[in-house]
Design a protein around this ligand. Structure first.
Ligand SMILES: *Cc1c(COP(=O)(O)O)cnc(C)c1O
Length: 500
């Protein structure tokens, strides 16, 4: 018989006893609070090279064979991350479409990890599964979408769109694609040329290949050309191909353009196609009264992708896929009959998407939705849009800057030296090069962070404000900063033939 002392107490190198956990947790939270406090006075990024970063990390060090002190490890990790990160929570971060993250979301992630429910299966996560279901209903409600829809949280917009795409394939392929494969089905999908690259990954993953995508031209507002779309669908049908899906954009990634969703919904009804809306970035703007008319028709989508880690400001990662008819989601992913618990149907999320084991992504979203409430989100998103409009106006009033587009919270523009008149290949080519270099220098300066877009064939600077920390003063600081960096870059870069 084993003695009590060595049989009942297991000493694990991974355990942290509750007293030490409390201590380490408090220290870490204190450090995080200080980081958040210091964000406005830090550079957005230090613009270090991969070599700098690897050196700071001591990247070549081998894995220690003996364990190390957890307190020291946490401090070292915080030091590395605080000193060598790009902070998308900085008030002057306006690159790509990455939001500032809610502090309550950070605490929610800690809580979710501590309880560690596996939200693949209801019995493994009874409360967490129901919190995810409630989160889905609330998101649907905010978008004006039926609350009985099917839906789940996934890693991001790419996965949410892929889920919608696979649901469409199953629903409209007209054959048993999940068992028999695609065979000679000549399935075709339609989207504008402004559509995000997820659609290529989806067509590839779905076994259709990227040649199945019909890239439809856009109008001068970067929205899908609806009559070109109709012509392409008719031509494909006449050629014996099988159109199945139209993708509408509710906020394109480069300029925030919103396609005419009512027109797309009507075409999909007429031709019996699945209507999917990529609202990864923009869909949540539908709750803002001044923006909502642009989203008419959203409620008619068969599926919607939206990203809580964009305009709900959740910490990465959280994407959300919604499918109007929840059975279509099961049809696309399930290998089990519906699951009942005490005669109530209970959701096993592994039946609604590609994942099996799943983390508790919903908690951080669910907490923030309640912290701000619907009104808080309306106000915050509206303010982001207002600031983007304000930036556009200030740029339009700055002589060396050309304002290009503004839609939702994305403003695009470029720097043009006073003595250069845009037009002609030589000058336009130089302006592309100049703005590209200006952007690199701005990004490395850490003073503000933008990314770029191609607007009507030209290289543009692009500010996307999905940031509840950005103030009017932050916006007002940008045009003079761009002019200062632009003038210096131009002085160094301009080729002799373009000098006067
Ligand atoms: C961001 C974005 C995506 C991709 O979403 P991820 O969360 O980065 O995977 C797709 N479509 C649009 C319109 C987006 O803005």
């Amino acid at each position: 018989m084993e003695g009590e002392s060595n049989g009942r107490v297991r000493v694990s190198p991974l355990e942290i006893d509750p007293e030490q956990f409390r201590l380490l947790g408090h220290e870490l939270i204190d450090r995080i609070a200080k980081l958040l406090e210091s964000l406005p006075t830090r550079p957005v990024t230090r613009g270090e090279s991969p070599l700098d970063i690897r050196k700071a990390l001591d990247a070549d060090r081998g894995l220690p064979s003996c364990g190390e002190d957890p307190g020291q490890l946490l401090h070292r990790a915080a030091d590395l991350l605080f000193d060598h990160s790009l902070f998308n929570g900085h008030p002057r971060f306006w690159g790509y479409i990455t939001s500032s993250a809610t502090p309550i979301g950070a605490l929610g992630e800690l809580l979710a990890a501590a309880v560690n429910p596996n939200v693949g299966a209801w019995p493994l996560s009874p409360m967490a599964s129901e919190i995810e279901a409630q989160t889905i209903r609330w998101i649907a409600e905010m978008l004006g979408y039926p609350q009985e829809c099917g839906g789940l949280l996934v890693s991001g917009g790419n996965m949410a769109n892929i889920v919608g795409f696979l649901a469409a394939r199953q629903a409209k392929a007209g054959r048993e694609v999940r068992t028999a494969g695609l065979g000679d089905a000549r399935l075709r999908v339609y989207c504008s040329k402004e559509t995000h690259t997820w659609v290529q990954k989806a067509a590839d993953i779905a076994g259709m290949g990227t040649d199945a995508i019909r890239w439809i031209a856009t109008n001068d507002r970067m929205q899908i050309d609806v009559s070109a779309l109709r012509q392409q669908i008719e031509a494909d049908r006449a050629a014996g191909e099988r159109p199945i899906l139209v993708v509408g954009n509710a906020g394109t990634v480069s300029t925030g353009a919103v396609d005419s969703l009512t027109d797309l919904a009507a075409i999909c009804r007429e031709f019996d196609l699945w209507f999917h809306v990529d609202g990864a970035y923009g869909a949540m703007a539908a709750i803002v009264p001044e923006a909502s008319p642009q989203f008419a028709g959203l409620g008619g989508a068969d599926s919607i992708a939206m990203d809580p880690h964009k305009w709900l400001y959740a910490p990465l990662e959280a994407g959300c896929a919604l499918v109007r008819n929840r059975e279509k989601l099961r049809d696309a992913f399930s290998y089990h009959p519906p699951y009942y618990h005490f005669e109530t149907e209970a959701i096993n999320y592994y039946d609604l998407g590609p994942q099996n084991s799943r983390g508790f992504r919903a908690l951080k979203v669910w907490l923030a939705l309640q912290q701000a409430g619907r009104d808080g989100y309306v106000q915050t998103i509206a303010e982001d849009i207002r600031l983007a409009g304000e930036l556009f106006r200030q740029i339009a009033q700055t002589p060396q800057l050309e304002a290009l587009t503004q839609s939702l919270s994305i403003t695009t523009f470029r720097f043009i030296p006073r003595d250069l008149k845009p037009g002609g290949d030589e000058i336009e080519g130089y302006l592309d090069q100049l703005n590209n270099e200006l952007l690199t220098r701005l990004q490395n300066s850490g003073e503000a962070y933008l990314s770029n877009a191609i607007v009507r064939g030209r290289f543009a600077l692009r500010a996307c404000i999905v940031n509840f920390r950005t103030t009017q003063a932050d916006i007002e600081a940008l045009p003079p900063l761009i002019v200062r960096i632009g003038e210096k870059t131009d002085a160094e870069l301009r080729p002799a033939p373009l000098r006067r």
